[in-house]
Design a protein around this ligand. Structure first.
Ligand code: NAI
Length: 462
């Protein structure tokens, strides 16, 4: 048994960042993690491994579609899927070991095992009970499946099973055209699977700007992905080798079925707080199973805090990280800060999709007068030079004040380009501020500047 200032439960991006920051601020800190490696869903079975697979499959796509155009002739590479998975595992190991190193460097104790809170000020791990002045619940989320759909992680898989398939399936059906469905669906499409996405709504990527939604779907369709929209999956019948998916079209209630070798269930995630003992402690939850917190990530029980996917807000690693740092600062008596209006969202398809701030639909609904500055990557010399002219940058600014309200990008490195706008928004920048900033030539970033120019007197290369 040991005594700590802070015990963080969960070592995902929220938890490990909170623990490191607590230690940096002089607090004696431990972090509880039951997985064999640190890093949570993101590093072990989420963001990081999927990025390795997206990278490898994109390289194959480039070899098959763009190499010859650039005078790089020869046979396209064939897929050694086992080796690709080994590469992915190596990437995971490099990252999870990195967190272990950071824990040692910052003197954060890793309490190995699954934690629970038997009483305020106590955390139980295995048979040991440790005391802590402050406890941060950072237990993340788990897959939310559908009624009538049982995940076996072999034929009917979640994102976790999709990263461990024994071979590239001939036919994959993806349920849900959200972030996971589109990212992993596009990996398998590029590796040679026939991929059909079934989506309940009429648009892909719920919550994104409408114009972006249409463009993403069009681009992925062009890459060979098929979409069945406005269709609610009713059930999945799986045998040892195949599955049959039954869905109902919302427009006329007609039912249809589709066969698959693998079905990927990507219909969202839900907070994971099982076994913590929160109900016995009287910790208040929302009706969606999230831990209720105030503006300082405190629950209604003194000394218990919560962050990340376990609480309200977007289920994103970087949102959890920001909350982890801010919560640590609050515990240390400082002022933690998270600007929920400026949290970027990125979809790592090819091309990438990135978004921050308000969508046009939201601005219309609010009745805010706005202007749009749009610039196509076709007018960007660097994008054209690398066969990446598809997509656009769309900047939304206040019609009166020119203050940036949102940005939506589809195109090369969109996930990096968006941060220029995030920083601008943090500083209350106007579109003109971006337009007046010199941008190096030739870079993809020039497209962001051109969109800003388009909010004023006009883009140059449009
Ligand atoms: P999601 O919430 O993004 O999308 C789920 C989709 O499934 C929705 O479009 C929904 O309409 C559809 N759906 C629900 N029930 C259905 C049914 N019966 N039939 C057909 N379609 C149905 O969830 P997703 O993609 O599973 O991701 C989970 C979480 O993980 C999200 O919060 C996401 O933000 C996060 N994530 C973020 C990533 C990133 O930032 N790049 C990558 C992967 C996950």
């Amino acid at each position: 048994m040991a005594s700590y200032d802070v015990i963080v439960i969960g070592a995902g991006p929220g938890g490990y960042v909170a623990a490191i920051r607590c230690a940096q601020l002089g607090l004696k800190t431990a972090c509880v993690e039951g997985r064999a490696t640190l890093g949570g869903t993101c590093l072990n079975v989420g963001c990081i491994p999927s990025k390795a697979m997206l990278h490898a499959s994109h390289m194959l796509h480039e070899a098959e579609h763009n190499f010859a155009k650039m005078g790089l002739k020869g046979k396209s590479p064939s897929v050694d899927f086992k080796q690709m998975l080994a590469y992915k595992d190596e990437v995971i190991e490099g990252n999870t070991k990195g967190i272990e190193f950071l824990f040692k460097k910052n003197k954060v104790d890793w309490l190995k095992g699954w934690g629970s809170i038997p009483a305020t000020g106590q955390v139980k791990v295995g048979e040991e009970v440790h005391t802590a002045k402050n406890i941060i619940v950072a237990t993340g989320s788990e897959v939310a499946t559908l009624p009538g759909v049982e995940i076996d992680e072999k034929i009917v898989v979640s994102s976790t099973g999709a990263l461990e398939l024994p071979k590239v399936p001939k036919k994959m059906v993806v349920i849900g055209a959200g972030v996971i469905g589109l990212e992993l669906g596009s990996v398998y499409k590029r590796l040679g699977s026939e991929v059909t996405v079934i989506e309940f709504l009429d648009k892909v990527t719920p919550g994104m700007d409408g114009e972006v939604q249409k463009t993403v779907q069009r681009m992925l369709t062009k890459q060979g992905m098929e979409f069945i929209m406005g269709a609610a999956v009713q059930s999945v019948d799986a045998s040892k080798t195949k599955a049959k998916v039954t869905y109902k079209l919302r427009k006329d209630d007609s039912e249809a079925t589709i066969d698959a070798d693998v079905v990927l269930v990507a219909t969202g995630r839900k907070p994971f707080t099982d076994g913590l003992g929160l109900a016995d402690l009287g910790v208040e939850m929302t009706d969606r199973g999230q831990v209720k917190t105030n503006d300082h990530w405190q629950t209604n029980v003194k000394g218990i805090y919560a962050i990340g996917d376990a609480i309200t807000g977007p289920m994103l690693a970087h949102k959890a990280e920001d909350e982890g740092m801010a919560c640590a600062e609050v515990i240390a008596g400082k002022h933690g800060h998270v600007n929920y209006g400026v949290i970027p969202g990125v979809i790592y398809t090819h091309p990438e999709v990135a978004s921050v701030g308000k969508t046009e639909e939201q601005l219309k609904e609010e009745g805010t007068a706005y202007k749009v500055g749009k610039f196509s990557f076709m007018g960007n010399a660097r994008a054209k030079a690398v066969h990446a002219g598809e997509g656009f940058v769309k900047l939304l600014a206040d019609k009166e004040t020119d203050r940036i309200l949102g940005a939506h990008i589809i195109g090369p490195a969109a996930g990096d380009l968006i941060h220029e706008i995030c920083v601008g928004m943090e500083f209350g920048a106007s579109a003109e501020d971006i337009a007046l900033t010199c941008h190096a030539h030739p870079t993809f970033s020039e497209a962001v500047r051109e969109a800003a120019l388009a909010c004023g007197d006009g883009a140059i290369h449009a």
